[in-house]
Design a binder for this molecule. Structure first.
Ligand SMILES: Nc1nc2c(c(=O)[nH]1)N[C@H]1C(S)=C(S)[C@@H](COP(=O)(O)OP(=O)(O)OC[C@H]3O[C@@H](n4cnc5c(N)ncnc54)[C@H](O)[C@@H]3O)O[C@H]1N2
Ligand code: MOO
Length: 397
């Protein structure tokens, strides 16, 4: 499916900005078109991906008959004569229990052949050198394959790789997983931007770079690199066209100032605009473009505008690339408290907390400030010309 290009004048200005809802829809559709390639990633890199194939057990689980308790593996009726000790991780050395014999055993150790049950220490007596107690056939042994049979499908394609999935995959013998996990690089622009120390006198601390790893992970992407560039055209051009990731995010340089080169660089690179300016506040200069299989997202430099733009374009894009549900989307509407005025042409995104089912503005959500977003659970979506009482919410990570 072709993605309709931006309503405005290609990558050149904000004339005819796309409506907020339409911008999100275009980002989602571009993500579907640029479906992230399936990569076979080592387990330690696969967190957050979406399984591209069913996960099958390479071995049964448990993989061998093991004791579930510390105590004695026994065969036949008691009392039993102890014939050895078996710890977890040590070979069983061909030991086979005969009727009336017991082996002292640790939880997780392979039970000797012939074992019929394990008698936990708490239920065992050993007064006369023999083991006594009441063992119940089959009890306290984790029998091979009783939880999962070899070859069994345990998770279906499309499952999100959460921490437990990684542990499960490892326990079933996998070293890597085939996943869709779009890769992202972030370029923070601005000669005034510093990555440490106190801001002041024209120096601004980068407030967008630090929020990107969590946001990208929340949307099902993998942040591969983050760099701070100056305002130079050439630096941006080189970094932007260097390639290497599925998505390139540029922070700043999205407006019309003398140092705002993003649109020029994208135009030179032959990128196709998909969204060029969005009718929302904050965040209106944001953009989305595509060149080959790479998507470019331009976030405004004002940090709260950058966060709104991330939820508008980047999150739907990444989710669709991997086949996830957009975590920012909330269903239904809630009443909005306070005196919130809509704008005639733009959607407003107002930082709110939920109290007793109502969205309450937290304030401090000007374009340049993340204080409101840090206090908030969501943005209330206030459509152009809204005069109602109920609003949709856009969840914050
Ligand atoms: N003539 C116009 N000027 C501006 C418009 C407009 O429509 N016409 N829109 C304004 C809006 S809205 C925004 S948002 C900004 C977007 O500007 P850029 O994306 O080009 O970003 P910069 O100019 O580089 O920076 C804007 C502002 O944000 C600060 N900044 C930049 N990067 C960071 C960062 N990583 N962390 C913290 N703060 C950052 C920067 O110092 C500036 O104060 O354009 C308006 N202008
Ligand atoms: O709309 Mo700008 O994007 O307000 O900060």
């Amino acid at each position: 499916m072709d993605i309709p290009v931006a309503d405005g004048s290609a990558c050149g200005g904000h004339r005819g900005a796309t409506s907020w809802a339409r911008a999100r829809e275009r980002a989602r559709r571009l993500g579907e078109e640029l479906r992230s390639p399936v990569r076979d990633l080592p387990l330690e890199r696969a967190l957050g991906g979406v399984l591209a194939a069913d996960l099958r057990a390479l071995v049964g689980s448990p993989a061998f008959d093991a004791s579930a308790m510390d105590g004695f593996a026994v065969a036949g009726e008691g009392p039993w004569t102890p014939v050895g000790t078996q710890l977890a991780g040590t070979p069983v050395a061909g030991l086979c229990l005969a009727e009336g014999e017991a082996v002292e055993i640790a939880t997780g150790a392979r039970v000797p052949k012939g074992t019929e049950a394990v008698l936990p220490y708490e239920l065992a007596g050993t007064a006369d050198g023999r083991v006594r107690g009441e063992a119940h056939r089959g009890r306290h042994v984790r029998w091979a394959g009783e939880e999962t049979a070899p070859g069994e499908t345990v998770l279906e394609a499309g499952t999100e790789v959460a921490p437990a999935v990684l542990g499960l995959a490892a326990s079933l013998g996998h070293d890597s997983l085939p996943v869709r996990l779009p890769t992202v690089s972030v370029l923070v622009t601005g000669d005034e931007i510093a990555t440490g120390g106190l801001p002041g006198e024209g120096v601004v601390r980068d407030a967008i770079g630090p929020l990107m790893p969590g946001l990208v992970a929340w949307a099902g992407g993998h942040l591969e690199s983050s760099r701070v560039l100056g305002d130079g055209y050439r630096d941006l051009d080189e970094a932007l066209t260097a390639g290497g990731t599925d998505v390139v995010v540029v922070c700043g340089s999205s407006s019309k100032g003398p140092a705002d080169h993003l649109r020029g660089v994208l135009r030179e690179a032959g990128a196709q605009p998909v969204v060029d300016g969005v009718a929302c506040r904050p965040g209106h200069p944001q953009l989305l473009a595509r060149s080959g299989n790479t998507a470019f997202v331009g976030l405004p430099g004002n940090p709260n505008a950058a966060l709104v733009a991330s939820l508008t374009l980047l999150v739907p894009l990444l989710c669709a690339m991997s086949g996830r549900t957009d975590p920012a989307r909330a269903t239904g509407t809630v009443p909005l408290s306070g005196e919130v005025r809509s704008r005639p042409e733009d959607t407003r995104l107002v930082a709110v907390r939920l109290r007793e089912g109502r969205a309450e503005p937290v304030g401090h959500d000007r374009p340049g400030s993340l204080r409101g977003a840090a206090l908030a659970e969501a943005y209330a979506v206030v459509p152009p010309g809204w005069a109602g009482t109920e609003v949709e919410l856009l969840r914050l990570p």
